[in-house]
Write a protein that binds this ligand. Structure first.
Ligand SMILES: [Zn+2]
Length: 388
């Protein structure tokens, strides 16, 4: 395995091809705002690395055939890790985010840190072996973490569902064992990164409200480049007070996290014997949706999240937003309530739910975008097998 430098403009070209699927040289030139010869040079270099496919279709300028360029499905790949408190999956994915193979790994919040690093590294090494026969190059390893993490430092911060691991340099520790560049970020921030890599509309500045076991909010504004980083900004803790009924891990009472998260809804349901205290997301949602008061609780949570999201848009001056996470993915009641709440406030900002189809691929798209940003930042890829 050898480290190869991408040509100048190479990462941006790969990004446009990820977002749009296929493009002509002329389209690439317009999107990248560079000269024709520059596009030709970058495309030739990426093609030499085995990352592209070209197909001659239709008529180009002056009656010449125009080539459509797209990413080769056997070109660039990434090893992606979805690491959340309920479970961990390590997968091999093509640059366009398609998973070709995945392994469940026995890593939960109860597993000691050293054992977790070893198990994840073992799965990464197995998939690295599979990647050799299948892909020309690897962008590296991307970890989408269900908690706070610093992309710049490759380190876990707090809070997360892994309190015993806080502060550990997980990306660096895995990188040392597997010998591949490894990057980590918080999962919702990874979604924001993924909008830029995989969604054709992804360059619009938007606010993402991510409602899962916890609540996160992050903005795509001011993060056009991977080295800028982005903060989740404490969105989950809006409305916190020094005293109240429900204390959050942040130390405040009655913040959004303690009212509208799935963890809060589960605790609410458990007090009424609707769910068990350790129920998982589908059980929580179906139990609450089957109960009249439970439906009201879901509707109230969705309404609060929409209000907080629109407030964030107003404060940050963002024209659009997205609602995502398990709450909106699995609860029709929450989606309906959110849609209604939005109708009343249409003038502040316009928005929608995270792109359809992202609910299953989501954690992998998040991890793929994390490693893609890492690759763009370093300007390097790992060549596996130049003659596949
Ligand atoms: Zn809080």
């Amino acid at each position: 395995m050898a480290r190869t430098r991408l040509p100048k403009g190479g990462a941006a070209t790969l990004q446009e091809l990820c977002r749009h699927g296929e493009l002509t040289r002329r389209e690439l030139q317009g999107l990248l705002e560079v000269s024709g010869p520059t596009v030709t040079r970058v495309v030739a270099h990426l093609d030499e690395l085995g990352l592209l496919e070209a197909e001659v279709v239709g008529d180009g300028a002056l009656g010449r055939p125009a080539a459509t360029i797209r990413l080769s499905e056997s070109g660039l790949a990434a090893i992606v890790v979805s690491l959340t408190a309920p479970g961990t999956v390590v997968a091999l994915a093509s640059m366009s985010g398609t998973v070709t193979e995945s392994l469940s790994v026995d890593v939960t919040a109860e597993v000691p840190y050293e054992a977790a690093v070893e198990r994840i590294s073992e799965a990464v090494t197995t998939l690295l072996g599979r990647a050799r026969g299948r892909f020309r190059a690897l962008a590296g390893v991307g970890i989408s973490f269900g908690g706070a993490a610093s992309f710049g430092e490759g380190r876990l911060t707090m809070p997360s569902g892994f309190p015993q691991w806080h502060g550990r340099a997980l990306a660096a520790d895995i990188q040392q064992l597997v010998g591949l560049p490894t990057f980590i970020d918080n999962q919702p921030v990874g979604y924001i990164r993924a909008l830029r890599w995989f969604d054709p509309q992804g360059l619009e500045d938007r606010y993402l409200c991510f409602a899962d076991y916890g609540i996160a909010g992050c903005s795509s504004a001011g993060m056009p480049r991977p080295d800028r980083g982005v903060s989740t900004g404490g969105f989950g803790h809006l409305g916190g007070r020094v005293s109240g009924t429900e204390q959050c891990w942040c130390g405040l009472y009655d913040c959004l996290n303690t009212r509208a998260s799935l963890r809060a809804l589960r605790a609410w349901g458990a007090r009424r014997d609707l769910v068990t205290p350790d129920a998982h997301i589908p059980e929580i949602v179906s139990a609450l949706e089957a109960d009249p008061e439970g439906r009201e609780a879901l509707e109230a949570a969705a309404g609060e999240l929409v209000t907080a999201t629109l407030d964030a848009c107003r404060v940050l001056g963002l024209p659009g937003y997205l609602l995502g996470g398990a709450l909106f993915d699995t609860s029709a009641v929450a989606r309906e309530a959110a849609t209604k709440a939005v109708e009343v406030n249409r003038r502040i900002a316009t928005g929608s739910f995270l792109p359809t189809g992202w609910s299953n691929r989501g954690p992998f798209l998040s991890a793929s975008a994390i490693v893609a940003d890492g690759m763009a930042l370093s300007g390097r890829i790992e060549t596996l097998n130049p003659r596949v």
